[in-house]
Design a protein. Sequence first.
Length: 290
Amino acid sequence: MNPTETHTVPQNLKTPIRLQEYGVGIFALIPTKSALKKALKKNYITVNEKPATTATFINGGEIIILSIPKDENNNKPKREFIFPLKVLFEDEYLAIAHKPAGILVSGNAFKTVANALPQNLKPSNLEDVTIPQPVHRLDYGTTGALLVGKTASSIRALNKLFEDKEIDKTYYAVTIGKMKELEGIIKSEIDDKESQSNYKVIKSVISQRFEFLNLVKLYPKTGRRHQLRKHLASIGNPILGDKEYGIENLVLNGKGIYLHAYSLEFSHPFTKRNIFLEDELPQKFLKIFN
């Protein structure tokens, strides 16, 4: 028998919403937006007993059923990944956790932040509580503040904030080489989409191996894959420890990439409180710049 989950949509929806937006977080078997889209494409979801698509709208009162073939669900983790996470902020709706270096945020692997979240966060007491899920990604080697939704409605609302660019993020990176400008804007196309990162050099120190090491504050205006790494490499100042976009013979091995998600600022989608949170710089940054 195929693993199934059923969800009944409340009658009091304010406006119709696409299933691919509404359905994020309502099923434990497909907790992420990308997983939901894949399930829709594979016809694993029905609405009122009719196959659903990415064009299906939800109006209120529908019965949504997810049915995944048993053999496809065998790779799902059957137990939590026991891994302590530092929780920087938490309420009934959402949380912000520190992501360490050397661990994936989510995906098919067992050792991910997503699989460690349930035993690090307090369960929400709200009706639409679901398995807590990160609502954005940080690269494997990147450290810093990671935003997490704890309810189905919160996951949807936070995804919408990201889509509407209503969450301000700042990063710190250590770059190599002499930087021509102390501040600037980098624009390019990444994966056929426009991207923009603003930057400001905070401090530079002389380095025998790299000529200069620079502490750079970054303000990404879009969220493309590897955007900050690609942008800094494009101006000749790749991030220290970046093996993929670094300069040959100038890659620092064994210390990881020096990229840190430093702060998040946004209006809480439910309490309307302004949330501004900073995640302090890792020690490896401070060893270079005191």
